[in-house]
Design a protein around this ligand. Structure first.
Ligand SMILES: Nc1ncnc2c1ncn2[C@@H]1O[C@H](COP(=O)(O)OP(=O)(O)OP(=O)(O)O)[C@@H](O)[C@H]1O
Ligand SMILES: [Mg+2]
Length: 419
């Protein structure tokens, strides 16, 4: 990580953030995004992002409610998005290095290992791979594992939004050696012009670009060495069909089962030299919303609790008490999930409600709700998606302790329970 972010030094960024008394959560959260993405984003983007944040914040455009909701997003312990660079370092340390160490995702792992072996036998680069699934399920981890298995020491990592121009991508592609791997995170956020530039690179390992000069530009065709592109996305639906079709393999990552998360936690606890007894780890796993990143994060919180309030050993009791402080409930839902359900139930009578409307009510970004909150609520059957919008189910009402499931009046004037 560089000490400077765009033209702003880290120290001055911290000062600006630290000096702001009101609405600090919003500024901090966004500043973290800025810091977190600084490596990947070009300088102008970082500066623009920072100016946008500070302008909105200092102009006082944030209302109390919006700030509160944003605070929730910042504090959100169970958010599957990574929260800060220090935490990223922890996740990197806990990341499996080889395919055999990957827990769960058995179908994906099996298909992938066949593809890997076949490529190795043929001594060819792997076909391009698209990984999709909600945040924190292991897309980046898998990309690194594939690199490792293919013996690629120099995995190139970039992301859709950081490739603003064709030349950004050209600079990377022309340096790729035979069999190298390029990992593009958030591939659905590649600008159109860069995406189209990538097509011939993926298909025929060549790029076409125009050299400006004289009256007209000159088209140049440049051959690349065969390489493998690994694209990751939380939104496969936003990828163009042309892009999707150019990937030879498309793997969808699913939420993990509790016993798989327990196995991941056992490995992590071992690495952290953290003793655990009985079902302590299984209890953390049960509240990790099917997501390894959440599981590892909760483990870290419970470790803090165990070291400060107990004797450093994870027991079931310590886990329960540690998690209660974090306000993570038995389903692993936190304040933001509950705020989503409450808005849907209280304000929209259980729905159907559009995601934009819900986002506006909660003062949240639509993307946050769609990427981080909704997938798990859909998975556990608390929310269903209909043509008209999102709808809370009976299970959600029960979990929220709200009895009155709304009734719907039909054309004869009779009332029917919705569920
Ligand atoms: N199958 C797995 N086995 C063990 N640990 C895993 C597994 N998958 C993920 N993890 C752990 O979860 C953490 C988060 O995974 P990763 O960063 O790969 O998620 P991601 O899908 O890339 O998320 P994002 O969409 O936010 O980029 C990893 O650092 C690793 O510690
Ligand atoms: Mg990732």
């Amino acid at each position: 990580m560089t000490a400077r972010i765009g033209s702003i030094s880290k120290a001055s960024l911290a000062d600006r953030v630290g000096g702001a008394e009101n609405g600090i959560c919003y500024a901090v959260r966004n500043a973290r995004d800025v810091i977190g993405n600084a490596i990947l984003r070009p300088r102008q983007d970082v500066e623009k992002a920072w100016h946008g944040i500070s302008a909105r914040f200092f102009a006082g455009q944030e209302t109390g409610t919006t700030q509160k909701a944003r605070c929730m997003a910042l504090e959100r312990i169970i958010s599957a998005h990574s929260a800060d660079p220090q935490e990223d370092a922890l996740h990197v340390a806990l990341r499996p290095g080889r395919l055999a160490e990957m827990v769960g995702q058995t179908k994906v792992i099996e298909k992938l290992s066949i593809a890997l072996q076949a490529a190795q036998v043929r001594k060819e680069p792997l076909e391009h791979i698209l990984l999709d699934g909600p945040p924190g399920l292991g897309k980046t981890t898998l990309a690194h594992v594939v690199g490792h298995e293919m013996g690629v020491t120099n995995l190139r990592v970039t992301s859709g939004p950081s490739l603003a121009k064709q030349s950004d991508l050209l600079a990377i592609l022309t340096q790729m050696e035979h069999g190298d791997i390029l990992f593009i995170d958030e591939v659905h956020r590649l600008p159109k012009i860069v995406e189209e530039f990538l097509y011939p690179a993926m298909e025929d390992f060549r790029v076409d670009f125009t050299i400006e000069g004289g009256l007209s530009g000159r088209m140049v065709n440049f051959a690349l060495k065969p390489f493998t592109l690994i694209g990751a996305t939380t939104r496969a639906g936003l990828l163009s069909a042309a892009m999707r079709d150019r990937f030879g393999h498309h793997y969808h990552l699913e939420f993990y089962a509790t016993d798989e998360l327990t196995a991941i936690l056992e490995r992590s606890a071992g690495k952290l030299k953290l003793p655990a007894r009985g079902d302590a780890l299984a209890r953390i796993a049960a509240r990790s919303r099917g997501t390894p990143r959440v599981a590892n994060r909760l483990l870290k919180r419970v470790r803090d609790y165990a070291q400060v309030r107990a004797d450093g050993v994870l027991t079931e009791d310590v886990v329960e008490r540690g998690l209660a402080i974090q306000q993570v409930d038995t389903y692993g839902l936190d304040d933001l999930d509950r705020a989503f359900l409450k808005a849907l139930i209280d304000i929209y009578d259980g729905g159907p409600a559009g995601i934009e409307a819900l986002a506006a009510t909660m003062g949240q970004e639509r993307d946050t709700l769609e990427d981080v909150v909704e997938p798990y609520l859909l998975q556990i059957g608390f929310v269903i998606r209909t043509r008209q919008g999102r709808q809370a189910t009976r299970a959600a009402y029960e979990h929220m302790g709200i009895d009155s499931v709304p009734t719907r009046v039909d054309s004869d004037g009779d009332e029917h329970l919705l569920f």
